[in-house]
Design a binder for this molecule. Structure first.
Ligand SMILES: NC(=O)c1ccc[n+]([C@@H]2O[C@H](COP(=O)([O-])OP(=O)(O)OC[C@H]3O[C@@H](n4cnc5c(N)ncnc54)[C@H](OP(=O)(O)O)[C@@H]3O)[C@@H](O)[C@H]2O)c1
Length: 252
């Protein structure tokens, strides 16, 4: 039975990834930041009090795994705080960089060094098309500096990590799961675009993400994908042309 870990599983996509993997028969570890958990299916092993914005998160997760070996890890925890050129927010940027850009490396370091990753295995970072520099065209408004830049940095971390972990047969990939109806998008006012942008429930995005990742081969390590294709990615056709495939490999 494959063993999977979902980091940031209290709600939204992470919660649905944990449920999906459990329904496929995986042994699932799921982390939450607080000491409260949502209603996970029976059998999901919940690791509470994991704040990925602090340095000890990786070693705390390894301790809680108790020697279990992981075949698949999803780093899904994320933070989106809106900012703008006229109102940049220093503290919000720090929070986003810690959670989004820094945590994946530090957690991967602890998991690999402690021997918690199987060989072969997969370490998947949920980033965003918002972290693609190529897809940021003049047709869209500016702003959301911390969100875009922290996700771009996470894409870079994943790319470099894939080089370090290639010979250990650990596949690293970055995933844009799709435009989803979650607390994250609602909190920044994107719920007004749910209809026009084709937003989906996180359960749908979790299903397509898991299906894609389970088929991903090691030669694709270090690449960036949208399993649901161009749908909901405003700049995709402008930048990449029409007749785009699903799944779609995204440009950096
Ligand atoms: N929604 C979209 O349209 C969209 C599009 C592209 C990419 N994504 C990415 O998908 C991932 C999941 O997003 P979502 O839409 O499901 O958002 P969400 O519903 O807001 O969930 C975010 C998750 O991250 C956790 N988290 C935040 N800060 C944390 C910290 N310091 N330590 C540990 N966990 C922390 C949250 O835990 P708490 O409950 O404790 O806050 C929650 O479980 C994110 O990486 C996001 O950037 C989302």
């Amino acid at each position: 039975m494959p063993c999977s870990l979902v980091i940031g599983a209290s709600k939204g996509l992470g919660f649905e990834l944990a449920k999906r993997l459990h329904s496929l028969g995986h042994t699932v570890y799921a982390t939450t930041r607080s000491d409260k958990s949502p209603n996970f299916p029976q059998g999901v092993k919940v690791i509470q009090n994991i704040d990925v914005g602090i340095q000890s998160a990786g070693s705390s997760i390894c301790d809680a795994l108790g020697g279990s070996k992981l075949d698949l890890v999803f780093m899904s925890a994320g933070l989106f705080k809106m900012d703008s050129f006229n109102k940049p927010d220093w503290e919000a940027h720090l929070d986003m960089y810690k959670v989004v850009s820094m945590a994946p490396l530090f957690i991967a370091h602890h998991l690999v060094q402690s021997g918690s990753m199987s060989s072969p295995s997969k370490f998947i970072i949920i980033t965003s098309e918002g972290g693609s520099i190529s897809l940021r065209t003049g047709e869209e408004s500016g702003g959301a500096y911390g969100h875009h830049a922290s996700k771009a940095a996470a894409n870079m971390v994943g790319k470099v990590l894939s080089n370090d972990l290639y010979d250990k047969s650990i596949t690293v990939a970055m995933i844009h799961p799709g435009f989803m109806k979650t607390d994250m998008t609602k909190s920044v006012g994107f719920d007004q675009f749910y209809e026009s942008g084709g937003a989906v429930e996180p359960s749908e995005a979790a299903a397509s993400t898991v299906d894609f990742v389970l088929k991903l081969t090691h030669d694709k390590s270090g690449t960036f994908w949208a399993p649901r294709g161009p749908s909901g990615i405003g700049g995709a056709e402008r930048v990449m042309g029409s007749d785009l495939s699903t799944p779609l490999q995204l440009p950096w």
